[in-house]
Design a binder for this molecule. Structure first.
Ligand code: DI6
Ligand code: FE
Length: 407
């Protein structure tokens, strides 16, 4: 017997994101059963007898997978507008970080915030992301930098996923910066991370992955390796903040550990690209940080293409280098600043973003059996999503088959 369709979407033009061109189907239907895609096909193939609970006429609108923001630092307290002013006055991001501002300043504010306050501040940003079509978001810790405060951040992230219609994947980024109580002793802090913070986050199942900021203002290659090894011991997949400000060999290290993704990559060389290609590690492009820090070195897009490295695009939502919650705007920036094509950019927030989170089996494309996270857009063509600068074209957003209108 045919199962009852919970929601039947009629008359939508689907960009399934299963092909690299992001082609559009003729008018189609999607049958949602138990929060998943239970059937799809041309309107002509729709069985008029099928039992249906509810219907929605798409009126020919464009339908894509729900957007996936695969790199955010969404849970934090306060802001860093003053540093923005200092940078406009000539100070660099590195100088501010070395003078005790930067990440350390958000760490102070995040440590002081009680969980409810941290959750409220973060929920506002989450609502903005969702209003622009995000149905899955990765949230990193990294502004706690102590056992208690890293777990606090991860718990808040998990709770946001339980309270709001969005899939949340958490990443432990305890190795984001050296906290003040370990000043001048980065190796001791890394020891604390691998002996205490990481095992506890793993034991409590608060982290779906582990990340490390490998950079001359953060942790070196040997320290990053220790974190990745510890993640491996605990069976957690890894990601790396790599080659953003300097070429450290971090992307090759990420590949060695079969990382889900290496992120930023502005300074990456061909050897690193080849290493990533071998392990299928996704290159996550963060044009918001590039823009906000007024970077001039564009990541090696052409090399990623040539070597077949999948590219994702994300907001990097954070208070210091990318204070944005607008993922479609990042599509525009990925195209205008990095010369990605609109189709590449869209795959970067759907199929390839799912892969960067280890969710390729269930998310990121419109296919039979996948989770019914879907967006309907007031657009004729998918290129329009990258073409507009900050416009909101979202008409409907479905999370596990349930409709949540944009706020
Ligand atoms: N890379 C980034 O872009 C953010 N963290 C990181 O490792 C910046 C974090 C901040 O400035 O607060
Ligand atoms: Fe980041």
């Amino acid at each position: 017997m045919t199962p009852t369709i919970d929601l039947l979407l009629r008359n939508v033009r689907i960009v399934t994101c299963t092909d690299d061109a992001c082609s559009i189907t003729p008018p189609a239907f999607i049958a949602i059963v138990d929060g998943r895609i239970g059937g799809l096909g041309p309107m002509t193939a729709l069985d008029p007898q099928a039992p249906v609970r509810r219907e929605l006429d798409g009126e020919g609108a464009l339908l894509t997978p729900g957007l996936i923001d695969c790199h955010t630092h969404l849970v934090y307290a306060g802001h860093r507008a003053r540093e923005f002013e200092l940078r406009l006055d000539g100070a660099t991001y590195e100088e501010i970080a070395r003078a005790g501002g930067g990440i350390a300043s958000t760490v102070r504010q995040t440590r002081e915030a009680v969980p409810a306050d941290l959750a409220n501040q973060s929920a506002r940003r989450l609502a903005e992301l969702m209003a622009h079509g995000v149905t899955t978001v990765e949230i990193k810790s990294g502004y706690g930098l102590s056992l208690k405060d890293e777990l606090k951040q991860l718990r808040v992230a998990r709770e946001l996923g339980q309270r709001h219609p969005v899939d949340v994947r958490t990443t432990l980024l305890a190795a984001h910066a050296v906290p003040p109580e370990y000043a001048g002793r980065p190796d001791d802090y890394i020891e604390h991370v691998v002996m205490h913070i990481l095992p506890e986050a793993a034991r409590l199942k608060l982290a779906d992955a582990v990340d490390v900021f490998c950079e001359n203002i953060a942790f070196d290659l040997a320290q990053a390796r220790r974190v990745l090894q510890a993640a491996w011991v605990h069976g957690l997949p890894v990601k790396v903040h790599a080659e953003q400000l300097s070429l450290m060999g971090a992307a090759a290290l990420a590949a060695e550990f079969k990382a889900l993704s290496a992120d930023h990559l502005e300074q990456l060389d061909e050897a690193g690209v080849v290493a990533m290609a071998r392990t299928g590690t996704v290159a996550v492009m963060l044009p918001g940080a590039y823009y906000f820090l007024r970077d001039t070195q564009v990541p090696p897009i052409e090399l990623f293409r040539r070597h077949g490295v999948p590219m994702a695009v994300a907001t990097d939502c954070n208070p210091g280098s990318s204070p944005t919650t607008h993922l479609p705007l990042m599509l525009n920036m990925a195209c205008t600043l990095f010369r990605m094509t609109p189709a590449e950019a869209l795959l970067g927030v759907t199929r390839h973003a799912a892969r960067a989170l280890g969710l390729a089996e269930s998310h990121g494309t419109v296919e039979l059996g996948k989770v019914a996270n879907l967006c309907l857009w007031d657009a004729d063509h998918p290129a329009e999503l990258a073409y507009t600068i900050g416009a909101s074209r979202l008409r409907h957003r479905l999370h596990h088959g349930v409709e949540h209108l944009p706020q």
